[in-house]
Design a protein around this ligand. Structure first.
Ligand SMILES: [Zn+2]
Length: 471
């Protein structure tokens, strides 16, 4: 069924000449310009002794931002962002300034404990903040460097990490630090509005979030049901669609790899109930967390085996969009354990290159691999971006798309940085860029009708981009 849908859509995009192997004369002209811009940047980086492929993102960021290539890529329509997480999709500098507007937002400045860690933001009613918390406004007024110190605590900077530090432990602290604040309903609404605005500004038309439902609260209710988060998100999207009618959002219900099968089965049931109620928004299921220290994909086989029965009971499909192979070792066999009959896309799939038979399975199952270059380097899976496994996947005809994963934690927003890095490090050309973007819509969890509309919109935007970029 999925395969025939894709065949129809491929026919459709062929008719729009989106997948055309030959570039139009205008595209060829732009392709040459892109290539020239890359060569200029390589010379410039050499002159200032900047290592483009190995530097930390924080070191490289100003160089990216000052480049004409970045400006050009910002204006490029980028289709869909298929892989990002709700705890890290808005710019962290914005998070700090928005949080500072709430008098009831506090910052924990005590020693790390089980419940609270240094730098954790949380909202309390007056007089109820536990020991160790200071009002954020007071903390920020303390001295000029306070905001910078907080920014460091909310972002992961590879430069600051010593070899002996556990990257994932530090990474997860960033999520914990904004977790409570992000569930405070007034902030929650502002946060998603900002995140979507940032993506729209960067010419991303469709967003899919690996979404973990938290305990949404405010002064009136300390635990809103998931329906409230959904209705708030739908209201935000409806507001955006008044000016950007082609903007779309889907949520992939996400639970955690550190939970046992009973807890994940419960989460899957909730996902079914929500998807039955909101099929236009909830589109699938996934599990997140460090693959090295948590349960394997295969551990959850009893849960995956229950999906077929539940699909019948609820009368809806529950495709999987599993994180798998976010690892550099063959000891991680998560990719081999993916139930391909249920799975549509793979998050990361970095060690897929070590398993040629599984790679073939991924191709046969028409699974797209969601690649996140900056995230992969920042979390230490790839040191030199020229050696990113995505190049091997591309060379073997595996479908991929470009994603940002957790831009908030890496200190940026939008998708242009990831495209910049992929373009520079993987010797991409315009034809491949267009293919990666088309993939991001073709393999989105949109309905067939929504995909047609999205592809048509992209096609028009693409032509406009090529035209303007050549001017
Ligand atoms: Zn992820």
């Amino acid at each position: 069924m999925f395969k025939s849908t894709i065949t129809t859509l491929v026919g459709f995009i062929f008719s729009c000449s989106l997948y055309a192997q030959e570039l139009t004369p205008k595209e060829t002209q732009l392709d040459k310009r892109l290539s020239a811009l890359r060569n200029e940047l390589l010379v410039k980086a050499d002159q200032i002794k900047l290592s483009i492929y190995n530097s930390t993102f924080t070191q490289l960021k100003p160089f990216i931002e000052s480049s004409a290539l970045y400006k050009l890529l910002q204006s490029m329509p980028k289709g869909g962002l298929l892989h990002c997480h709700n705890g890290a999709i808005a710019n962290p500098s914005w998070v700090i300034s928005a949080a500072a507007s709430y008098k009831n937002c506090y910052l924990y400045t005590g020693n790390d404990e089980k419940e609270f860690i240094y730098g954790q933001l949380a909202v309390f009613t007056k007089g109820h903040a536990p020991t160790g918390f200071v009002p954020l406004q007071q903390y920020l007024q303390h001295d000029k460097k306070s905001a910078d110190s907080l920014l460091k605590l909310l972002t992961l900077n590879r430069h600051d990490l010593s070899d002996y530090m556990d990257t994932w432990v530090e990474f997860e602290k960033r999520f914990k630090r904004i977790g409570n604040l992000a569930n405070y309903r007034p902030f929650f609404k502002e946060y998603y509005q900002e995140a979507f605005n940032e993506l729209l500004k960067d010419n991303v038309q469709h967003v899919e979030i690996r979404y973990g439902f938290g305990q949404l609260f405010d002064e009136n209710n300390d635990n809103y049901p998931a329906d409230t988060a959904i209705s708030d998100l739908k209201a935000i999207v409806a507001g955006i669609q008044r000016t950007h009618p082609d903007f779309t959002l889907k949520l992939i219900y996400s639970s955690f790899k550190f939970l046992d099968t009973t807890a994940v089965a419960k989460a899957l049931s909730e996902a079914f109930q929500l998807k039955q109620k909101y099929p236009e928004l909830i589109t699938g299921f996934d599990l997140v967390a460090d693959e090295a220290t948590n349960h394997t994909v295969g551990y959850y086989t009893p849960v995956w085996n229950s999906i077929h029965t539940q699909e019948k009971r609820y009368g809806i499909a529950m495709p999987l969009y599993l994180h798998a192979g976010e690892s550099s070792t063959i000891a991680n066999t998560n990719l081999q354990e993916v139930p391909f009959q249920l799975n549509k896309r793979i998050g990361h799939g970095l060690n897929l290159v070590y398993f040629p038979e599984t790679m073939q399975q991924v191709k046969t199952a028409h699974n797209l691999v969601e690649v996140s270059p900056i995230s992969n380097q920042e979390l230490g899976y790839v040191s030199d971006l020229r050696n990113h496994p995505a190049r091997v996947l591309l060379a073997n005809g595996v479908l991929i798309s470009i994603n940002s994963d957790d831009p908030g934690v890496y200190g940026y927003n939008g998708l242009s940085y990831d495209f910049w890095i992929a373009f520079m490090a993987w010797d991409l050309d315009l034809r491949t860029l267009k293919k990666l973007i088309t993939n991001s819509l073709l393999y989105a969890s949109l309905t067939e009708e929504e995909k047609k509309r999205a592809l048509l919109h992209f096609y028009n935007e693409w032509n406009r981009f090529v035209e303007a970029a050549n001017r």
